[in-house]
Design a binder for this molecule. Sequence first.
Ligand SMILES: [Zn+2]
Length: 395
Amino acid sequence: MQHEGFKMGRIFGITIRVAWSWLVIFALVTFNLVFAFGNMHPDWSTLLRWTVAVVTALLFFASVLVHELAHSLVAKAQGIPIHNITLFIFGGVAHIQEEPKSPGAEFVMALLGPVTSIVLGSALLFFTLLVSGGLRLMQQPEAVLAQFGPLTTTTAWLGSINIILGIFNLIPGFPLDGGRMLRSILWAITGNLRRATWWASFAGRAIAWLMIMSGIAMAFGAQIPIFGQGLADGLWLAFIGWFLHNAAVSSYQRVLIEDVLEGVTVGQMMQAQPPTVPPDVTIADLVNDYLMRYDTNAFPVVEDDILQGIICLHDVRSVAETERQRLTVRDVMTPRAQIDVIEEDSEASQALQKLAHREVRQLPVVDSDRLIGLLRRQDMMRWLQLKSDVTMDNL
Ligand SMILES: [Zn+2]
């Protein structure tokens, strides 16, 4: 996850990153605002419309950041380290490294984000009403809105969007804030964080499906309370639902995997004394004597117990049939300098991160440069499946 987006700065010792997808949202919001401001204020020049739209979109971005900082500062106050925040579509994610310490702590941490957004939004709307003469707005909204200057136009829009952001995040589906609050309540009742996460994520998936179905119904002309009707709004709702569904599934899996892997070392999962190949074997012999004989696609290349590299089926395929008698494993292998390795007593979760990060299927396990095992992705997945199925049955 470290490579998603770019670094923007640091606040309170927390690194702020912006996901690339956020730039798309930023552009969409800006275009949308240029269009909306044009409808509201036909008298505004193009330059004024664009300027106010860009400033408003940037302030929206700042509002999302304030929301995430509210979560992070509560976490910090509770002694949970937060190293970075990534802003992405529909909001942000504060990367909370550890699980919350207690249901109460998680409840407060989750609640403070939406509360901050709603308070901020209300203050902006109150300011707008104060400046523009609130009562008249109630009587002739369109006439008053047309008289709004750039400042009140911005505060009116930001106020509304912050309240919407706050309310959206209160939806009780994990991993939204409301879902975290639901999880903390279930956690307090059952005393089981994993079971609470499962139910909160189930609620997230159920709500996501409801949004997808409603969105599709809207696109086909149905009238849905609050959300209205129409193709564009329907597709938006369905898209947000799809996004929430993915988030619910992946965040539950992450919690589950971290939980299952806690305290497990690489040594417990690795294949000890895996089949290896010496570097001077020809590719033809590698195919006949190793690839055809063992149920594995990758072989560590070892000479005098020392790891020299790794060779896999994929490397062999790239060698022409006519060259296979001439070339040796050493000519074709990925050399030691280019492969990532891991140690026997490392945490299994660290190995999983390496596998995912380097997009490789296996990691040689070494003691200094001596090969002692091989940790394959497939073994790890099977281990996870077995362990999590056992615990699923226990739910
Ligand atoms: Zn939040």
